[in-house]
Ligand binder design. Sequence first.
Ligand code: GDP
Ligand code: CA
Length: 325
Amino acid sequence: MRITLLAGGIGAARFLRGLLADSPDAEVTVIGNTGDDLTLYGLQVSPDLDTVMYTLGGGNDEAKGWGRAEETWNALAEIQAYDATASWFGLGDRDIGTHLVRTAMLDDGHTLSEVTATLTARWNLPVRLVPMTDHRVETHVTVEDPDAPEGRRRLHFQEYWVRHHASLPVIDIEVEGIAESTPAPGVLEAISEADLILLPPSNPVVSIGPILAVPGVRDAVLASPAPVVGLSPIVGGAPVRGMADKLLPAIGVDTSAAGVALHFGARSSGGLLDAWLVDERDADAVPRIEEAGIAARAVPLMMTDVPAVAEMARVALDLADAVRR
Ligand code: GDP
Ligand code: CA
């Protein structure tokens, strides 16, 4: 069975581990969000691709959910000691090795897809990880700032998220460069040839949103014969981890399991979803989602350990079989 996922970082990576435990023989392609990519001290950093790579490669920091295991922070401490440049992004010494290779290869003219294939080869990933695009795109956020000209300021999503902990009021979210981007090699094929398309519990606005916004990707999902099944990142009206509740209102979406389902929309009315899983706490949302034309089930959606996630994945696959046309 060929399964294709549209993936962000931590939520996607944790889900993937359970999916692979449930379906070890599945041929899994992960289309990774690159809207979070940023340049720091001249280094090309791809936070979401690296979170998936480190997690599935067994090299991630389990407690934090991102970055390398057994990390040290000497380079960052040196940067901070100079007090000459901003240093809000957590760049560990081991992690910097990854970014040095990525930057060197990009400078040598390789594409991000080629770089990602090289990086993932070291980790023997049980999936194929491809960036959504080889073009440079960056998610930027416009926030209210009374001290800035016109009372607003534009900053990289990572600066808004990591440096300011999503505390600034958001006016607008834009993925810079997305209109000129094209899907990376293999992306459209992975969607059109899939037996199942999964939307893991990733951030709908800044993880799955940018992937769908790469020209051609949304249309490929709509045209694919494979069922599209999603899992809600919102449980009981709040994101399980992170601050997705700060972004959903900015795009006019209700912070609820049903709100996100209706945002993606039902396939029967031009949207993306055939089916949607909500947490058992949100069981009362099931009728509303089904009325909209999306098959829905309420099951435990807390990714506490791999067996719990494997069970979520099993239900998603069962539901996919039930809605397969
Ligand atoms: P990021 O790029 O690292 O922010 O990761 P993703 O975009 O892949 O995932 C972030 C989303 O995962 C957040 O919106 C969280 O609400 C969601 N999430 C994290 N842990 C869990 C969990 O245990 N269960 C569910 N249902 N969602 C989760
Ligand atoms: Ca991310």
